[in-house]
Write a protein that binds this ligand. Structure first.
Ligand code: NAD
Ligand code: ZN
Length: 362
């Protein structure tokens, strides 16, 4: 058993509490990882706010980390102690019918099919003050050591800087892949990205890499525009600057709507606005933002009847275990610069300050 620090969410609506926890050794098929760095994704904040009733408290959140294998349980063959790894919030078991389908990146062991509040044997490896603490998506990267099933771990290049490539565990890969894999943005096309957080800015990078000729970035926080431009946005607009709905503004700007639109906020109203912003016949709208569970979106069916496509994406469509290591290699070959997404670097004890910066739009 390892004693170390972890940020525990004891109850909905409470700040994280950095505590000493006990982390049990990995059982068969599991890997214990020393987490070196973790990002903060808005999804973690949705969890703290209680947006997902199926996440059980107390819990150690965090799902965008990178670390080093400390020890492995019986039967683990794909990683060994000392390997650099990225924990995967969407596993890839390589055995289920979804994993065997080349078109799918959703593994049937993922949380929408099977709760990941406990490890697959339905027990926890975390305790704190004598209480069992839940895992989050099996990765719980807000802990100095965490235990993860082997099929939710990707071994990455030993040269990778963990404090940078941790972003490839969720935010960057999700946004970049939403443009490249899910929308399949074509060269010369026009794109609109709603929401310029870490994930939305990664969509901008993906659209640019795919050769889009016009990328319209939309946010109510204009402080986000400089970075969006640096990453490839050609126009930046705030819905607050217009009297008419943003979808009408975008249709006027482009003639018949954009070729690809992306909602990267997580609100029902911006999801319908994004859908209505793309070309009525050939447009593709990708839903990236996560709405609180139980939310319902009402849309005019005519929006789809004319031919538009409305899609969602999980982790940008990447088959995680095989694709994240390749993305890390592309990072090392400087094919993209996800370092530009890093705004602040804080010591672990200041994790709540990180959330305050996220909520303040900084
Ligand atoms: P973030 O909070 O950093 O960014 C959201 C941005 O949207 C902010 O810049 C905010 O100012 C802007 N915004 C808010 N309301 C707006 C409005 N009405 N119009 C225009 N802009 C508005 O969040 P993030 O970490 O970038 O995550 C974005 C979303 O993606 C979240 O909902 C998150 O849960 C989701 N997400 C989904 C996946 C996936 O696999 N599908 C993965 C990671 C994150
Ligand atoms: Zn995330």
């Amino acid at each position: 058993v390892i004693r170390c620090r972890a940020a525990v969410a004891w109850a909905v609506g409470k700040p994280l509490s950095v505590e000493e926890v006990e982390v049990a050794p990995p059982k068969a098929g599991e890997v214990r990882v020393k987490i070196v760095a973790t990002g903060i994704c808005r999804t973690d904040d949705h969890i703290l706010e209680g947006g997902f009733p199926d996440v059980e408290f107390p819990v150690i959140p965090g799902h965008e980390g990178a670390g080093i294998v400390e020890s492995v349980g019986e039967g683990v063959t794909s990683v060994k102690p000392g390997d650099k790894v990225i924990p995967l919030c969407i596993p890839q078991c390589k055995e289920c019918t979804f994993c065997l389908n080349p078109e799918s990146n959703y593994c049937l062991k993922a949380h929408l099919s099977e709760p990941q509040n406990l490890l697959p044997d339905k027990t926890s490896r975390f305790t704190c003050k004598g209480k069992q603490i839940h895992h989050f998506l099996w990765v719980s990267t807000f802990a100095e050591y965490t235990v993860i099933p082997e099929y939710a771990i990707a071994k990455i290049d030993a040269a990778a800087p963990l404090d940078k490539v941790c972003l490839l565990g969720c935010g960057f890969s999700t946004g970049y892949g939403a443009a490249i894999n899910t929308a399949k943005v074509k060269p010369g096309s026009t794109c609109a990205v709603f929401g310029l957080g870490g994930v939305g800015l990664s969509v901008v990078m993906g659209c640019k890499a795919a050769g889009a000729s016009r990328i319209i970035a939309i946010d109510i926080n204009k402080d986000k525009f400089a970075k969006a431009k640096e990453l490839g946005a050609t126009d930046c607009i705030s819905p607050h600057d217009f009297k008419k709905p943003i979808q009408e503004v975008l249709t006027e700007m482009t003639g018949h709507g954009v070729d690809y639109s992306f909602e990267v906020i997580g609100h029902a109203d911006t999801m319908t606005a994004a859908l209505a912003s793309c070309n009525m016949n050939t447009g593709v709208c990708v839903m990236v933002g996560v709405v609180a569970s139980g939310s319902v979106i009402s849309v005019d069916p005519m929006l789809l009847l004319c031919g538009r496509t409305w899609k969602g994406t999980l982790l940008g469509g990447w088959k995680a275990r095989e694709s994240i290591p390749k993305l890390v290699s592309s990072y090392l070959e400087k094919k993209f610069n996800s370092d530009l997404l890093i705004t602040h670097t804080l010591p672990f004890a200041k994790v709540n300050e990180g959330f305050e910066l996220l909520r303040a739009g900084k």
